[in-house]
Ligand binder design. Structure first.
Ligand SMILES: NC(=O)c1ccc[n+]([C@@H]2O[C@H](COP(=O)([O-])OP(=O)(O)OC[C@H]3O[C@@H](n4cnc5c(N)ncnc54)[C@H](OP(=O)(O)O)[C@@H]3O)[C@@H](O)[C@H]2O)c1
Length: 337
């Protein structure tokens, strides 16, 4: 099998490439060559910027691949050129989408099922332009692929993932909690931020992709992938602390009070607006896909951050001194009432 991976060297794409190599797939990577990787000469490399659409087309218009895995399609133009370039010459095109495609609509059904996608767009919440635009553009990419399958049988399969966890996760969102648990002081979550957590393991992202590669009838389809377990964020944080063999105290504090003390919601990244809650029943039933138990993948991810990660603290950890002040104030205040 010959695969082209667009991206492939940072987190999600890196894990996909590792698995492709384990399975003896012939892999070509297309990226700018700026992010280092350890694949050596086990992969073929083509360097370029995917945003240079003319050159992208020129580079690939005669190539043939069994599968193209587009890890980093964010703009409809990315997908438009991919369809034009690969039409008629590839077996399958895998597109990595996001649960955010549901969050930018007026959907009221949670956990979202695949068919809940077909809702009108909601208005952009004030101050949330970046997250909103990300979801709207991913939708535009998906719409193009859906149409290209319908009218030209362009063989795409789309995946919608919630927050993805695992080794090499450069968002450092989970590490934000780990770092605080390890410093031994309480954790603040916004009072309305003890949200439902149903994220996904990067190993399951990879397994789901491999599953559809084996099943021809998946072309033109879209699948949610997420863990089976559903829990509150506070439970998820306690589970993380257990893996670290630490105790943790969680303090819910009204956001208004947090802001008065110059502490933003970013101290609890999973309490943010753009955390999707997906129903993975379709892939579980149709493709007999079994997600990895959350305890298993959380242990593996925590182990990575403790034993292997050597990068900087998350940006939000700079707020920690202000958080500690707020914690002292809040405990005092609670004693008084
Ligand atoms: N993380 C999550 O929680 C989450 C959740 C849902 C969906 N997703 C989706 O997961 C995908 C992101 O995965 P990832 O960042 O981990 O992917 P990745 O493929 O592991 O890393 C990004 C790759 O893109 C390359 N790249 C960046 N800009 C480029 C450009 N202009 N032209 C060519 N190559 C470029 C980088 O290499 P160079 O720097 O060398 O170019 C690198 O290889 C996105 O589609 C995102 O929507 C993520």
């Amino acid at each position: 099998m010959r695969a082209l991976v667009i991206g492939g060297t940072r987190f999600v794409g890196y894990h996909i490439v590792r698995k492709l190599l384990e399975e003896n797939v012939e892999v070509t990577l297309f990226n700018r060559g700026q992010t280092a990787d350890d694949f050596g000469n086990r992969v073929q490399r083509i360097h370029g910027d995917r945003k240079d659409y003319k050159k992208f087309y020129e580079t690939f218009r005669r190539s043939r691949f069994d599968v193209v895995i587009d890890v980093i399609g964010y703009d409809p133009e990315d997908v438009e050129i991919a369809i034009k370039t690969f039409k008629g010459r590839i077996g399958q095109y895998i597109f990595i989408s996001t649960g955010q495609v549901y969050l930018v609509t007026r959907n009221t059904h949670w956990p979202a099922r695949e068919e809940d996608y077909y809702q009108p767009l909601a208005e952009c919440p004030p101050g949330e332009e970046a997250g909103y635009e990300y979801g709207v553009k991913k939708r535009a990419c998906e719409d193009l692929l859906e149409e290209a399958y319908k009218f030209q049988k362009f063989p795409s399969v789309r995946f919608r993932f919630p927050i993805i966890h695992g080794p090499r996760d450069y968002s450092l969102r989970l590490y934000s909690y780990i770092r605080r648990i390890l410093d031994g002081n309480p954790l603040i979550i916004p009072e309305d931020g003890d949200v439902i957590v149903r994220h996904v393991y990067v190993g399951d992202v990879v397994r789901a992709i491999f599953r559809v590669l084996q099943v021809e009838s998946t072309r033109g389809k879209v699948y949610n992938v997420a863990s089976k377990e559903v829990m509150r964020l506070s439970e998820f944080i306690r589970l993380t602390a257990r893996m670290l063999e630490r105790d943790v105290e969680i303090l819910p504090i009204p956001e208004k009070v947090m802001l008065e003390h110059h502490v933003t919601r970013e101290v609890s990244p999973f309490s943010g607006k753009w955390v999707s809650y997906l129903d993975p029943s379709l892939i579980m039933e149709e493709l007999k896909f079994q997600p990895t138990p959350v305890e298993e993948w959380l242990r593996e991810t925590v182990r990575y951050f403790i034993d292997e990660y050597s990068g900087p603290d998350p940006d939000n950890y700079r707020q920690r001194p202000r958080e500690l002040e707020l914690i002292r104030y809040w405990k005092q205040f609670k004693k008084m009432i």
